[in-house]
Structures are given as structure tokens and as C-alpha cells.
Design a protein around this ligand. Structure first.
Ligand code: 5GP
Length: 122
């Protein structure tokens, strides 16, 4: 699937629509989900144009891949949900494609915390 430059996260990255930013570096941006499913619900996205995880692992540089994975952990620590700072832990997941339930065609990891997240898959 070709990357859609007008998807909502591309617009957030270009600053065309606002987001509640929690973390940013050269390779990633993290912001609060507009429709939180748990007490804390943050999304982290690569700044590059990648439709999903498979596209990312095929085309991204090792630096970008490391930055995204490390970013999940850095965000969790920054917003106080990591076990490291007694936030009792969190869940991160990524939806891929139609069967995975992906709605926005720009790779994003969800980060849930602040309460027990519950059943893994419903
Ligand atoms: P997906 O189903 O693709 O894995 O998740 C997409 C997520 O993006 C959903 O949790 C949805 O609430 C969130 N989302 C959709 N549009 C916006 C938006 O404009 N701003 C923010 N911050 N989140 C959005």
C-alpha cells in the first residue's frame, strides 16, 4: 500500500493539526490519543513515511528502528507509567492492516497505562 501523505498523523507531523505532545526527538513523535481507551493512552510514531510495521522493518534505517523501540520505553518513563518509576507498568501494542484493526495508515505504537489494562485480546 502506498503511503498516504494526507493521513491524520502525517498532518500532525507537519503541524497542520494540533496534538498534545509528550515526547519528541529526531526520529519519533509521541502524543496523547484523541480518544483514550485507558486512563493514559499515548501514541508514538516514526517521523518517516511508513504505513505499518512491516513497511517500517523493510525500509527504515537501524537508527530509526532503535529510536522507535527505545522511544516506547522513554515515553513510559517520562509520563510515569514505567515500573522503573513505580508506575506499575503499561502495555504497548501495534495494529497492522485490516485484520489487525489499523485505522490510521502511518505506523504507530499505542502505549496504555495508569490503570490495569486487562484482557490482552478481546
Ligand atoms: P489504530 O486503530 O490505527 O491502531 O489507532 C488509531 C488511533 O489514532 C486511535 O486510537 C484514534 O483514537 C487515534 N486518532 C485518530 N485520529 C487522531 C487525531 O487526530 N489525533 C490524535 N491524537 N489521535 C487520533
Amino acid at each position: 500500500m502506498a503511503y498516504d501523505k494526507n493521513n491524520i498523523f502525517a498532518k500532525i507531523l507537519r503541524g497542520e493539526i494540533p496534538c498534545k505532545k509528550v515526547y519528541e526527538n529526531q526520529h519519533v513523535l509521541a502524543f496523547h490519543d484523541v480518544n483514550p481507551q485507558k486512563k493514559i493512552h499515548v501514541l508514538i510514531i516514526p517521523k518517516g513515511e511508513y504505513t505499518n510495521l512491516d513497511d517500517f522493518t523493510e525500509r527504515a534505517s537501524e537508527k530509526e528502528i532503535v529510536a522507535l523501540i527505545k522511544g516506547i520505553s522513554d515515553v513510559a518513563k517520562k509520563i510515569g507509567i514505567s515500573e522503573k518509576n513505580s508506575g506499575n507498568g503499561y502495555r504497548s501494542l501495534v495494529n497492522i492492516g485490516e485484520n489487525g484493526g489499523q485505522e490510521v495508515p502511518h505506523l504507530h505504537f499505542h502505549i496504555f497505562g495508569g490503570e490495569k489494562i486487562g484482557k490482552m485480546v478481546s
